[in-house]
Every structure is written in structure tokens, then in C-alpha cells.
Design a protein around this ligand. Structure first.
Ligand code: ADP
Length: 494
């Protein structure tokens, strides 16, 4: 707290009554409480009972002399400011007093203004000292808080079941928690400090963390989760984020690691179950479908027009079920990784051109414009399974045509984005409400509203697309505004 005159106490010690009383009057007029003493011994006595901030001390007094009084005051309390009052002839005494710890001196006789200046200077010194003490207290508190925060974070990281690793911009590990070491089967005593590659043997994850550390993924949304296995029956998923500085510069990366083995096992069991049921249903359903077709085509004259209508509806429904089963089997196979992908060089532009040409008539029947926008420079051929790519973009373009009104527009655009080829399928159709957006990649999820009510589908198209994209080490995102349209973006590594 800044010193104000009212907060301070001043003691005037002088054997000359005129100086004592005159000084008292001037200081009291400044608004400061002031006491007096006529000799050194009385002053020391008074000071034993009450604390003074400033002492005006005459050097030449009968009894204990000023210098001795000064020494004793300083010995008792170093922080008391002593201003010595000296006669003209006693400059040496003044120097001695300053050496002994006096703060200032004022020669006798003095004008009231001179006294005021000296007192004000002493008060300013007290104010600055108090301010410095306050700052020091705050600094200590901040250091204490920081220390506590650090130990709290260290404890949290230690007990966290999720693995956490932090790297700097050179890819050196600056922090790693026990869960991270445990999940990767590393020595629990291993310390941070080395390059990320000495901790992570999976080349893909290592590269991803290095890329993030070096600032190649400043956009959070673009960073895919990375799934990998460290043995046949142990599956992990890692997510990385850049650590950004004040000026948005990349300082390193934070990666978290979670064990998803249980989830994977459950998922596999579910997929196997669905695949088995689908498989069992397919043959009898196909038989029923064929028999219905036979009866409808036989034209024996024994089937009335009404019955024909009923049978046609039944045939339509069995066809729907057959395509649902075929989608389910596809999805199960993709999820189980049993689809044999034939990886070969593919010209994505040509592949998209043929899908767009194929879809052209369907778009035309709805008076829609379907356009393919290619980059100025041709893309290098990418390595992927052409059937998987056909399924991905065939599904997305079919959806765009299906969920866009008559006369709408669909643009398929392809461009190179760093190490990825980015393909967007954009329509100005019905759009998807935000609450559905996160779910459209889930199995059987279909958005039901006034516009989509009469559109039939299985809700398996997008899950198939997502699985295929991920099996090609790519990622898919969707943005949509109801009434304005939807854009699916597929990023595939070149
Ligand atoms: P299906 O089309 O068989 O219903 P999908 O998995 O392909 O299944 O799509 C899931 C849901 O996502 C659809 O029911 C539809 O509501 C929504 N959807 C997909 N693509 C689009 C799109 N381009 N525009 C608007 N909604 C879409």
C-alpha cells in the first residue's frame, strides 16, 4: 500500500526546543502524526513502545550522542528511515551518520520548505519500498502457484489412463506419461528427451507426430485420428494436435493414445454376427425374389390384376431387402478387412470422369447439372484399389443427386492439397441439419424429414464410404447447411 502521511509516524529528536516544536508544527501541518523527544535516551525509550517510520535525529545532544542513538535504532529496525539534523560545522558527522545507515540529512537551521522536501523524499522512499515488497510477495505467490499447478498437472498426467506425449518443434519428446509408455509396451523408466522415433516404432504414427510438431497441420480439423496395432490382438488409436504459440506458430505437438482393443473385439463380433445373419438370409430371399419374378412373368392367366399388384410390391420389397443384405455383407467384409484390395496406379481424374458420365443421365432426369472440375495441372497417378474408389465416389455422387431437388447443381472437384488429393462432392440440395451431421456415417442412420421421407435407402452407403476411405489411409469430412446444400470432402494420400 502506498504510504500516505496519515499512515506514517514521525519522531523528532532534538534538545533544542525551538527546532523540536517548530518541526513538530510543520510536520503536523503536513497531516502526519508526530511525537517529540528531547534527548537520545528518551527517544529510544519511546521507540521501544511504538514503531516510527521516520526519525528526525539531532546529532549533537547531551547524554547519548546522535550517532550512538542512530546505531541503536538501526540495530533494532533496519527499515526505519533516520534523517539526521546537523549543524553547519558538522559535515563529517553527517558523513559518518550516512555511513552508519542514515537515510538523509538536513543542516541546521532549516527553512520549513527544506524540512518538507526531506520528509516528502523519505515518504516516497517508504512508498517505493512497500511497492517493491508487494511485488516481491506477488512474485513469490506466483512461483508458488506455478509450482503447485505443475505438480498438479504432473499428478494428473501420472494417473491418467490415456497416454499423453508432448514433443517440441524438432520432434523431441518433452513429456511422456506412464500410460503412454505402458500402452506401447516401453520401459516404464524411460524418460523424455529423445527423438519421437525412439519411443514410437509405428512409422505412420511417428511421421504424423513429426508432421504436426513441425507445423504441417495447423488446422485442427484436418488431422486424422490414427489407428494402429502393436500386436495381433492389441489395437490403439492416437490423436495429435499442434501446440500453438502467441503468434500461431507451432511449438510442438500433443498426442494422446487410447487402447481400443475391447471396442475392436466387440465390433468384430457384431460384424461377424451381422455377416452370418445376412449370409443366411441371402439365399432364401433370393429364391423368394426369383419365384415372385417367375410367377409375375409366367402369365398363366391364373393371377388376377389385384394379385399381380400385390406380388409386384412383394418383389419390390424383396429387392430392397436383397440390396440391404448385399450392403451389409459389403460393410462387414470391409470392416473385417477381408476385402482384397487390388492396389494399383489409378488416374483419379479419369475414374471420376467415368462415374460422372455414368451418373449424367440420372442427374438429367432431375434437370440437375452435374459438373466435374479438374485441376489445371494433371495429378500424378495415385496408388489405390479402383473398385474401392468407384464405390466411394459412386456412393457420394449418387447421394448428391438423390438428396438434391430438381434443377439443382452438383460439382465434383479435385485438387492437390499437400500430401493429399482432396476431392469434394458439393451439392446445393436439401442439406443436413447439424444434429444429424455427426451421425450420418453410422450404420443405418437415415435422416427422416419432409423432403427425404419418400426416398428409399439402407443408411449403409456412408458407413461403407467412410470405411473404404479409412482403409486407404484417408479421411472424410462433411459440411452442410439445411436448404443450401452439402459438401463431402475426401482426402486420400497421394
Ligand atoms: P442412404 O442414402 O441409403 O439413406 P447413406 O448412408 O448413404 O444412406 O446416407 C445416410 C443419410 O445421410 C441419408 O439418409 C441422407 O439423409 C443423408 N445424406 C447423405 N448424403 C446427403 C446429401 N448429399 N445431401 C443431403 N443428405 C444426405
Amino acid at each position: 500500500m502506498p504510504a500516505s502521511l496519515n499512515d506514517l509516524c514521525i519522531l523528532v529528536v532534538d534538545d533544542e526546543e525551538s527546532i523540536r516544536e517548530g518541526s513538530k508544527r510543520i510536520i503536523a501541518k503536513m497531516g502526519c502524526p508526530v511525537d517529540t523527544a528531547d534527548c537520545g535516551d528518551t527517544a529510544l525509550e519511546i521507540m521501544a513502545a511504538k514503531r516510527y517510520d521516520i526519525v528526525l535525529l539531532d546529532m549533537k545532544m547531551p547524554g547519548t550522542d546522535g550517532l550512538e542513538v542512530l546505531r541503536r535504532i538501526k540495530a533494532r529496525d533496519e527499515s526505519i528511515l533516520v534523517i539526521v539534523i546537523t549543524g553547519f560545522a558538522t559535515v563529517e558527522v553527517a558523513i559518518e551518520a550516512m555511513k552508519t545507515g542514515a537515510y538523509d540529512f538536513i543542516p541546521k537551521p532549516f527553512e520549513p520548505d527544506q524540512l518538507r522536501i526531506v520528509i516528502n523524499r523519505a515518504m516516497e522512499k517508504i512508498r517505493l519500498t512497500q511497492e517493491a515488497e508487494r511485488l516481491e510477495r506477488e512474485r513469490r505467490q506466483t512461483l508458488l502457484d506455478l509450482g503447485m499447478e505443475k505438480s498438479r498437472i504432473a499428478t494428473i498426467l501420472k494417473v491418467l489412463p490415456v497416454g499423453v506425449m508432448v514433443t517440441n518443434s524438432q520432434g523431441q519428446v518433452v513429456l511422456i506419461n506412464p500410460a503412454f509408455l505402458n500402452l506401447l509396451g516401453l520401459d516404464p523408466q524411460k524418460r523424455p528427451g529423445e527423438h519421437v522415433s525412439t519411443y514410437i516404432s509405428d512409422a505412420g504414427l511417428c511421421q504424423l507426430i513429426l508432421d504436426i510438431s513441425r507445423g504441417q497441420h495447423l488446422d485442427y480439423e484436418d488431422i486424422p485420428a490414427y489407428e494402429f496395432s502393436i500386436s495381433e490382438d492389441r489395437f490403439l488409436i492416437a490423436r495429435g494436435r499442434p501446440v500453438l504459440g502467441d503468434r500461431n506458430e507451432c511449438l510442438g505437438a500433443v498426442a494422446d493414445l487410447v487402447d481400443i482393443t475391447a471396442m475392436k473385439v466387440l465390433d468384430r463380433l457384431k460384424s461377424e454376427f451381422v455377416a452370418n445373419v445376412s449370409h443366411e438370409l441371402r439365399s432364401p430371399l433370393s429364391t423368394i425374389h426369383e419365384q415372385l419374378a417367375y410367377v409375375l412373368n409366367a402369365q398363366t392367366g391364373q393371377v388376377s390384376a389385384d394379385d399381380q399388384h400385390i406380388l409386384a410390391r412383394a418383389k419390390e420389397k424383396t429387392q430392397g431387402l436383397i440390396s440391404l443384405i448385399s450392403d451389409l455383407l459389403d460393410l462387414s467384409r470391409i470392416e473385417a478387412g477381408t476385402v482384397c484390395q487390388e492396389i494399383k496406379p489409378v488416374h483419379l481424374e479419369q475414374l471420376l470422369r467415368s462415374i460422372v458420365d455414368f451418373m449424367e443421365s440420372r442427374a438429367k432426369s432431375k434437370n440437375q447439372t452435374l459438373r466435374l472440375e479438374l485441376p489445371d495441372d494433371p495429378l500424378p497417378p495415385m496408388k489405390a484399389d479402383p473398385l474401392a474408389l468407384e464405390s466411394i465416389f459412386g456412393n457420394l455422387i449418387t447421394n448428391a443427386v438423390t438428396y438434391t431437388q430438381e434443377g439443382g447443381e452438383i460439382i465434383v472437384k479435385i485438387e492437390l492439397a499437400g500430401l493429399h488429393v482432396r476431392t469434394t462432392v458439393q451439392d446445393n440440395g436439401f442439406g443436413i441439419e447439424a444434429k444429424h451431421l455427426d451421425h450420418v456415417f453410422e450404420r443405418f442412420y437415415r435422416v427422416k424429414n419432409e423432403k427425404t421421407r419418400f426416398i428409399t435407402g439402407t443408411g449403409l452407403g456412408l458407413p461403407i464410404v467412410k470405411n473404404l476411405v479409412e482403409s486407404l489411409n484417408g479421411f472424410i469430412t462433411v459440411e452442410s447447411t439445411p436448404g443450401e446444400g452439402t459438401t463431402f470432402t475426401v482426402s486420400l494420400p497421394t
